[in-house]
Design a protein around this ligand. Sequence first.
Ligand code: NIG
Ligand code: FE
Length: 434
Amino acid sequence: MKQKVDLIIHSARQLLTLGEAKASPVAAGAPSHPKRGEAMSELGLIEEGAVAVSQGLVTLVGTTEEVLAQAEAEEMIDASNKIVMPGFVDPHTHLVFAGSREDEFELRLKGATYMEIMAAGGGIMSTVRATRAATLPQLVAQSRERLDRMLAYGTTTAEAKSGYGLNVDDELKMLKAIHQLDATHPIDLVPTFLGAHAVPAEFKGRTDEYVEVVVNEMLPLAEKELKGNTSDSSLPFFCDVFCEEGVFSVGQSRRILERAQELGFGLKIHADEFKPLGGTKLAVELGAASADHLVCTTAEEIEALAKSDTIAVSLPGTPFGLGHHEYTPARQIIEAGGALALATDLNPGTCYCESMQFIVALACRYMRLTPAEAIVAATLNAAHAIGLGDKVGSLETGKKADILILEVSNYRHLAYHFGVNLVQRVIKDGQVVV
Ligand code: NIG
Ligand code: FE
């Protein structure tokens, strides 16, 4: 008797499961570990592969022959000559914002730096002004257009940060926007409170006072908002800080993150984007889920990070978007045994890009990742960076059926052929959505 399932995708030229290398291909158990060091090259590739899906979850993976011997479905998708892989997970985005900043892009082309524009009251603060002026429905509508593009380019789960409100009401408005988008769009969103994204103009020169507002007023309300709005209390939510010269120091970041941890937030930090202040060390010490950016991280901190459970999230779209030439020292992180993830950093200032495919292409060229390492970083390791490593990021029995069918017959095309959309179909929770 064959098992009845909802959907079978079969005959894939290459099925990338991202599962454990040695597990039996059919009905592999779901490992909940990120891949580090050499294991970052393992795609769990099955030639002539098939996936069976039931009730939104993966029920079987294996060769087409193995899967068709065990299961039958009414809906069959023929993936001949195509790649089948898990949906991308984008673990660092500032997707919710109003307006745009193409004027600053042009100023930078003429020589102004990102931090100079910020110090002069532009940068993040100009998006804060636009976001404060927008109503909740306007904010949701503008952000939904970006979410649609992310889905079309293969992202099925993403993190989304607040951080353009910078006062109690507007930070809560942003968290509500993230919740509404999560509830009404196929992409699953993991929320992050980033009240410490910049020091708002009203607190100029009084950063410590603003930090106290974040700690005493915003964090408890953010926690209520985030807890009250999840259907499943086991779903993670995070707190992040922009730890950078002229923004928040390591001491101020510590103050915020320690309080957030007490309240049950998972932790993240924007560290070493422009100046190495010691944010990565702080992330490791506090057991943060991830440390993000990591462009000018010291060798000592890379060693500590690689030995910890904190995921190194690299955002190569950001130096690219800024026209800079320094990228995350990814080879050093991987060679030290670290778990590296990739994200877009989608935001209106440094990186207006929704495409994880483009991020993979950049990571291979400028950080010397192999295409296999970049795919692991953009799926399984990215899932671990947002606390969802046991639910998404690989095609294994019991995980969500978030699946991409790519219009190519070798996975290396993902990095090699860039600037176009190679995703032909997107399946989210077992349903074809693109
Ligand atoms: O990750 N560095 C801080 N935050 C963003 C930029 C946000 C913005 O410029 O609006 C980043 O690069
Ligand atoms: Fe960011």
